[in-house]
Design a protein around this ligand. Structure first.
Ligand SMILES: Cc1cc2nc3c(=O)[nH]c(=O)nc-3n(C[C@H](O)[C@H](O)[C@H](O)COP(=O)(O)OP(=O)(O)OC[C@H]3O[C@@H](n4cnc5c(N)ncnc54)[C@H](O)[C@@H]3O)c2cc1C
Length: 353
């Protein structure tokens, strides 16, 4: 089958690799030229192996109460596998702009001309345009009511006297905030304490006006993240004072180093509970299908489960319509429950302060 995947980040590359390995002819379209950055994340190595067939020991992870890596290292690892996968083409700098179905073919308009395929897979993230095609009446990811200040700091940017953390994920609370922080491999994959990176995410419940004023949310619609180059000096000074008051070492040092000389971000947390995952020769996976609070720590894990489900549904159904129904039957309830669980935890956090 000829399959086009829109979105070449973690979900799209995972889908491309799994479907090409299953014998399909796959193109992955990515609009951006991907740069280093992104958050840390917990990885299910067994699931990653099931999806890619690759040896997960070749991915750098910090081991503790889970396997932690960084978004960029995982993406690079997937790109390396994708480049060696027969039947898979990756095209960067191509944005899909609209979709139609013409008989047995799905037609995409892109910034590089029209393309067609037998099946369209939307892996295009929380503001997915494929989702708008699959479910036009219900396609906006909505603001959860809280945001993250977040960042990634090289341990080399922190004072050399710092007591380096173990591999465990650490969670702290104040009356208002919540902090989740942990070590991930260095940009070169180093696991040596002092040469890794610290990923930190600081939940803040009370910033609607701040986010609205900067166009990160409009009403309840989430528009985007604010990068550190748009943090003004009074905001940085306020966050530095709050971090000094609120957070213990070594996370405090990581946050201060990021705020003073790194790349902090302000991210409104979005949520999307799907009512459907398929239509018209198209399906959605990953954040295109379900946008869950990072409190669940499972968005990518569920994307991998989505990928296994499509691969299985296409293998066991000769008819595409039946395969799409099988996929939706297998994933819709789980994907909804993930977002709803994250929503419930978020509401608890908002109510308890
Ligand atoms: C702070 C934080 C911590 C997290 N921790 C964890 C964790 O511990 N474990 C876990 O499993 N998950 C975690 N997650 C969730 C996880 O990061 C996401 O679920 C996952 O990265 C989503 O990947 P994706 O490929 O679906 O979407 P995205 O990363 O959003 O990728 C979508 C891609 O599609 C491209 N695109 C969009 N539109 C188009 C178009 N029209 N044409 C072409 N390309 C397009 C974009 O440029 C982008 O590259 C965390 C998330 C956050 C924010």
């Amino acid at each position: 089958m000829r399959i086009v995947v829109v979105g070449g980040s973690l979900s799209g590359l995972s889908a491309g690799i799994a479907l090409a390995r299953a014998g399909h002819e796959v193109r992955v379209l990515e609009r951006a030229t991907i740069q280093p950055g992104g958050a840390g994340l917990g990885i299910d190595l067994a699931l990653l192996h099931d999806v890619t067939g690759a040896d997960p020991a070749t991915l750098a992870v910090v081991r503790g109460n889970r396997y932690s890596s960084s978004w960029y290292l995982v993406r690079q690892w997937l790109v390396d596998i994708a480049l060696k996968t027969a039947g898979l083409q990756m095209r960067d700098g191509v944005e899909a702009t609209s979709y139609t179905v013409d008989g047995d073919t799905v037609v995409l308009q892109t910034t590089q001309g029209a393309q067609d395929a037998d099946l369209l897979v939307g892996a295009d993230g929380y503001k997915s345009s494929v989702r708008a095609f699959v479910d036009p009446e219900h396609n906006d990811a909505l603001y959860s009511g809280y945001m993250l200040w977040r960042g990634m700091c090289s341990e080399e940017q922190m004072p050399s006297t710092t007591r380096w953390p173990s591999g465990y994920v650490d969670v702290h609370f104040t009356q208002r905030y919540r902090l989740v922080a942990y070590a991930v491999p260095g940009p070169d994959g180093s696991l040596v304490p002092g040469h890794r990176q610290i990923s930190w995410a600081w939940y803040d419940p009370d910033r609607r006006a701040f986010l609205e004023a900067r166009n990160c949310i409009v009403g309840d619609r989430v528009i985007g993240t604010l990068s550190g180059d748009r943090f003004d000096e009074p905001l940085k000074a306020e966050l530095i004072a709050e971090a000094e008051r609120s957070w213990p070492s070594p996370w405090r040092e990581a946050i201060l180093a990021t705020l003073r000389s790194g790349e902090p971000f302000a991210t409104p947390i979005a949520e999307y509970v799907p009512n459907r995952l398929t239509s018209h020769r198209a399906l959605i996976i990953g954040d295109a299908a379900h946008v869950a609070s990072p409190m669940t720590g499972s968005g990518f894990r569920y994307a991998l489960l989505d990928v296994l489900a499509i691969r299985g549904a296409l293998a066991s159904n000769a008819d595409l319509g039946a395969a799409l129904r099988t996929f939706e039957h297998e994933r819709l309830n789980d994907d909804r429950q993930l977002v709803l669980a994250g929503h419930a935890w978020g509401q608890q956090y908002l109510q308890q302060g």
